[in-house]
Design a protein around this ligand. Structure first.
Ligand SMILES: Nc1nc2c(ncn2[C@@H]2O[C@H](COP(=O)(O)O[C@H]3[C@@H](O)[C@H](n4cnc5c(=O)[nH]c(N)nc54)O[C@@H]3COP(=O)(O)O)[C@@H](O)[C@H]2O)c(=O)[nH]1
Length: 546
């Protein structure tokens, strides 16, 4: 085998391998993004719940503080007697979060549970950092007289308390860090009471603010009612450490789905390709056949033409023509089918066409045929060799294939210039050719069977039938009504003020060439004066298989 031939399959599979790799990567990336998103949501929920719990604990500290201040203020003078200091000490031992309770007067500490009665003057800090509307003063980070440490002191009236700076330490829960602020949220005056790390204070505004940057996920929540702001944050890398397994799993799943999608697409494509390969072989071997569906004058039921319809059985299975012609169109193979159908139709029907000059056979083509020189050459050759006039060959174009109006207008003009009769098929089903029906300049309008079906029913679309007929009349077009199946429908179209042609199971299902020829011969022998189909014709055709 030459080297080129051996390498060809490898080169052919490169785009497929690339596609698989790209889809796997895209799937993996999407999985990664999704995994992270899921985790970020879970992280946020966990962080919010932790923050709410902290708020509960901090509120308990403030409530305990307020109770101690109220109880101390409620105790009557004389101040700092041994009995009062005893009373304050009992209160302190009963508290969980307070370090000291003191009695103050005129900006000085008179006594406290830890100091007793100090020997000298112990001034309170002169300027409170924050003063609440009820007169409560908050002195953050104040040096203590009893030790070298600092703590928050809260005073009101003739009492003050020292709050244990480690009151919330038991609630620390890595990887979370927190800071708790207290004050007048409404006025924007808050001070930090607890916190294990330096951080910027939150904007003291009611509500919750999330921030997610500089490698940190942070939540600030403030409440006017409690006077508290809680900041909780965690570094993303600490959070990620626990997320890795999950994110990796979702990433792998995404990658697998991407690869699976690529395989599916490749498989789907291969299936179409193999269908086209089989169709190509069938065309070469002339295994694709044609049926002809009669077209009649609805006034007298006389056959005036037929539509050639392609049929293909692949491995013994019938493949619907709309399916394989659509795939062939996508794969650029539809032109071959159009030429095949035309050639075969000429082979089968040329003699009949020569004998019946007024008889016309239509073939279906696709948009690409309109600008395909091979198609036009095939038409010319076929007609020339068969000695037929183009007028006997109708060309059917679906409304969809005229969507590219410029190409359609030019192609139709060429067909008409050569003497063909051009039909617009399935009219009314799409692309509203109404707008440029005049420009398309076709000869015949084929009304889609979806509208025919509504005749004799209550369907609202029935009202469209007269409109379509009006459109045809306005544009001076002949009319073929598709899909006539019942006498009621036939009767309706027979009684129209304009003559129309009809096609449908009522008049005859598609039949092989030999049968169509026989029908024409029978018709030639009988001059039909009946309105509607001849009984024999109608019954015989109803029993045909499509
Ligand atoms: N490009 C090409 N397209 C083709 C060709 N041959 C057929 N086709 C298109 O495939 C579609 C399905 O066609 P088919 O299965 O052959 O069905 C045709 C008729 O059998 C059916 N029909 C006719 N009368 C009736 C009826 O009374 N009731 C009913 N339920 N069906 C009926 O309609 C089809 C013909 O329709 P149309 O072409 O719109 O006139 C179809 O879209 C074909 O066009 C081909 O060679 N090339």
């Amino acid at each position: 085998m030459p080297v080129n031939d051996r390498l060809r399959p490898i080169f052919r599979s490169i785009p497929l391998v690339l596609l698989m790799a790209i889809l796997t990567l895209v799937g993996g990336w999407l999985g990664y993004a999704l995994g992270n998103r899921i985790w970020l949501t879970a992280d946020r929920e966990a962080l919010a719940s932790y923050s709410d719990q902290l708020l509960g604990h901090a509120t308990a500290v403030i409530e305990e503080t307020n109770k101690a201040l109220d109880d101390t203020n409620a105790a009557p003078p004389p101040y700092c007697t041994p009995a009062e200091i005893e009373f304050l000490r009992n209160m302190l031992f009963g508290s969980r979060n307070l370090k000291d309770i003191g009695r103050v007067k005129d900006g000085a500490l008179l006594c406290s549970t830890l100091l007793g009665v100090p020997s000298g003057h112990v001034p309170m800090p002169s300027v409170p950092y924050v003063e609440l509307p009820d007169g409560t003063q908050i002195f953050p980070d104040t040096p203590l007289a009893v030790s070298n440490s600092t703590a928050t002191i809260i005073g009101r009236g003739n009492a003050d308390v020292v709050i244990d700076p480690r009151a919330l330490d038991t609630w620390k829960d890595p990887p979370y860090h927190f800071a708790v602020y207290y004050g007048d949220v409404e006025k924007g005056q808050i001070v930090k009471m607890f916190g294990d790390m330096e951080t910027s204070a939150p904007a003291p505004a009611e509500g919750v603010i999330w921030s997610h940057g500089a490698g940190v996920l942070r939540r600030d929540s403030c409440s006017t009612a409690s006077g508290m702001c809680i900041s909780v944050w965690a570094s993303l890398s600490d959070l990620d450490a626990s997320n890795h397994g999950f994110v990796d799993a979702v990433m792998l799943l995404g990658g697998a789905l991407g690869a699976l999608g690529a395989l599916g697409w490749i498989n789907f494509n291969r299936r179409d390709q193999s269908l086209m390969a089989r169709l190509s072989r069938a065309l070469n071997r002339q295994e694709v056949t044609l049926l002809y569906q009669p077209v009649v004058n609805v006034r007298d039921g006389k056959i005036v033409g037929a539509e050639a319809l392609v049929r293909w059985q692949s491995n013994g299975d019938f493949v619907p023509p709309d399916v394989f012609t659509a795939i062939a169109e996508q794969k650029g193979m539809a032109g071959r089918i159009s030429r095949y159908v035309f050639d075969r139709m000429i082979d089968e029907m040329a003699e009949t066409l020569r004998l019946h000059e007024g008889f016309r056979i239509t073939i279906n083509i696709v948009a690409a045929d309109l600008s395909d020189p091979k198609f036009f050459a095939a038409l010319e050759d076929g007609l020339h060799h068969a000695g037929l006039t183009p007028h006997q060959i109708g060309i059917e174009l679906t409304e969809r294939s005229t969507a590219d109006s410029t190409a359609a207008i030019e192609g139709i003009a060429r067909l008409r210039a050569r003497g063909h009769v051009v039909y617009i098929d399935d009219f009314g089903t799409g692309y509203s050719s109404l707008a440029y029906l005049g420009q398309l300049n076709v000869n015949v309008l084929k009304m889609d069977r979806a509208f025919t079906r509504t005749v004799g029913t209550d369907a609202v679309t029935v009202s469209i039938v007269p409109q379509i007929i009006d459109v045809a009349i306005k544009h001076n077009l002949d009319i073929v009504v598709e899909g006539i199946e019942t006498e009621a429908q036939a009767e309706y179209f027979r009684n129209l003020p304009v003559p129309v042609m009809g096609q449908g199971w009522y008049y005859g299902k598609p039949v092989p060439a030999a049968k169509l020829i026989k029908l024409l011969e029978q018709q030639d022998g009988i001059v039909s004066s009946k309105r509607g189909p001849r009984k024999g014709l109608h019954h015989r055709h109803r029993s045909n298989t499509d």
